[in-house]
Design a binder for this molecule. Structure first.
Ligand SMILES: *Cc1c(COP(=O)(O)O)cnc(C)c1O
Length: 382
C-alpha cells in the first residue's frame, strides 16, 4: 500500500461541532426532537423555501417526495443517468418507471431537449441533479413541467448554497432534496432534508419519516402528552436523530466558511491547470454560483493516456481521487431490467470515460492543490 499523501476528501469537524453534539447528548433527547425542528427552521431560512423536513438521507428525501405525491405503478419519472444510483433507485422503489434523459456535454447536467423528447402522458415528475454543485437549466425544465402538471424534484445532494440565476437552490422547484452525507458540502454523518413550498406536503413527508404516525415521539413522551396515537398511513423509518441535527446546525452556521475553502481550492485548480491541453476543465456559468461539491476534470480523447491509467499513477503517487459517476443504466441490476443498452446515453457514457474527480475539501491548502496538479500533469505524460 502506498501512503496517501492527499486524500480525496477530508472532513471539517471542529471543536464547536463536537461541542454541539456533546450538548445534544447531554440533553437526554437522542432521537428526533428540538434540534431536528430547529435545524429545519434554519435550513428553511438558508435555502429560501418555507417548509423543510429533515430525515436520515437525501435518498429518503427523494423517495418520500415521490411517495407523498402519490407516484407509483404506471407512472414515469424522468431523471439523468449521470447521477448516484439513489436518484433512480427511489423511483423504482415507488413502483414507477424510471426514464433516463441524456446529459449535456458542457456541464454533465440533464439536457432539457432530451427531457422534452422523453415526456409522455405518464410522466409525473422530473428529477434534475445539480452535478458537482452546478445548477441545472431550471427555467427550461420548469417551462416543460409546469404546463403539463409535472412535478419537479431537485436532487441537490451536491448543491446546498448554490445559486441559479441569482436564486438559491431550494427556492426554485416544487421540492428540493439535500444530503448531509459525510463527504457532502456540510454533514450530519448521515442525513438529508426536503425543502418545499407546500405545507401539507411537507407535513405528510415528515409523518412518513416516522411510520405515518399521527404525532411524533417527542409529543408522545413529553409531560402532558398522551400515549394514544394513530397510524394514518403506512410510513417508513427515515427520521433524523437529534444528535445528528445538532451537528447539522453547527455545520450550517459555518457553511459559508466551508464554501470559501472549496472555492479557493477550485480557483487554484483553474489557475494551475488552465494550460493543460490534455484535460478538459469544468465549465463555469457566470450567471450561476456553483457549490463546488466536486472538481471533475476530463482526460481528453487522444491525450495518449487513458483515465484509468492516470488514476493508477496518481494513486501510486499518494493522491486520492474518485470517479463521479458510473452511469446508472450500466450497472448490472439496471441492465437486468432489460430496458437500456450500453450506448443508449452516449454523452453520459463519453463523459464518464474521461472523468476524474480531484481531491476537494474545505481545508485544502494551496500547496496541496499544487501538489495534486504536479502529480496529475506528470501522470498525463509518463
Ligand atoms: C450523495 C448523493 C445522493 C444520496 O445522498 P444520501 O444522503 O447519501 O442518501 C443522492 N444523489 C446524489 C447526486 C448524491 O451525490
Amino acid at each position: 500500500m502506498v501512503e496517501q499523501r492527499i486524500p480525496f476528501f477530508r472532513p471539517t469537524i471542529e471543536d464547536d461541532d463536537i461541542e454541539a453534539v456533546a450538548g445534544a447528548l447531554r440533553s437526554g433527547w437522542l432521537t428526533t426532537a428540538g434540534n431536528a425542528r430547529a435545524f429545519e427552521a434554519e435550513l428553511a431560512e438558508h435555502c429560501g423555501a418555507p417548509f423543510v423536513a429533515v430525515m436520515n438521507s437525501a435518498t429518503a428525501a427523494l423517495h418520500l417526495a415521490l411517495e407523498a405525491w402519490g407516484i407509483g405503478p404506471g407512472d414515469e419519472v424522468i431523471t439523468t443517468p449521470y447521477t448516484f444510483c439513489a436518484t433512480a433507485n427511489v423511483v423504482l422503489h415507488t413502483g414507477a418507471d424510471v426514464v433516463f434523459a441524456d446529459v449535456r456535454e458542457r456541464d454533465f447536467n440533464i439536457d432539457p431537449e432530451r427531457i422534452a423528447a422523453a415526456i409522455t402522458p405518464r410522466t409525473k415528475a422530473i428529477i434534475p441533479v445539480h452535478f458537482a454543485g452546478e445548477p441545472c437549466a431550471m427555467d427550461e425544465i420548469l417551462a416543460l413541467a409546469r404546463p403539463r402538471g409535472i412535478m419537479v424534484l431537485e436532487d441537490a445532494a451536491h448543491a446546498i448554497g448554490a445559486l441559479y440565476r441569482g436564486r438559491t437552490i431550494g427556492s426554485i422547484a416544487d421540492a428540493t432534496a439535500f444530503s448531509f452525507y459525510a463527504t457532502k458540502n456540510m454533514t450530519t454523518g448521515e442525513g438529508g432534508a426536503l425543502a418545499s413550498f407546500d405545507e401539507q406536503f411537507s407535513e405528510r413527508v415528515r409523518k412518513l419519516t416516522l411510520h405515518g404516525m399521527s404525532r411524533d415521539a417527542l409529543r408522545r413522551y413529553e409531560a402532558g402528552g398522551s400515549w394514544r396515537y394513530d397510524v394514518e398511513e403506512i410510513g417508513f423509518k427515515d427520521n433524523l436523530t437529534d444528535t445528528a441535527a445538532a451537528l447539522g446546525r453547527s455545520q450550517l452556521r459555518k457553511l459559508g466558511q466551508l464554501q470559501d475553502g472549496r472555492t479557493s481550492a477550485v480557483e487554484r485548480y483553474f489557475a494551475n491547470l488552465r494550460d493543460e491541453e490534455r484535460l478538459i476543465l469544468p465549465s463555469v456559468d457566470e450567471e450561476n454560483r456553483s457549490a463546488w461539491h466536486l472538481f471533475v476534470v476530463r482526460v481528453r480523447e487522444g491525450a495518449g493516456v487513458g483515465r484509468d491509467e492516470v488514476i493508477r499513477r496518481m494513486t501510486e503517487a499518494g493522491i486520492g481521487t474518485s470517479v463521479h459517476f458510473i452511469p446508472v443504466h450500466t450497472f448490472s441490476a439496471y441492465q437486468r431490467l432489460g430496458r437500456w443498452k450500453i450506448g443508449d446515453f452516449p454523452v453520459a457514457e463519453r463523459l464518464f470515460a474521461g472523468a476524474i474527480s480531484l481531491p476537494l475539501f474545505p481545508s485544502m491548502t494551496a500547496a496541496e492543490v499544487d501538489d495534486v496538479c504536479d502529480v496529475l500533469r506528470a501522470a498525463l505524460r509518463a
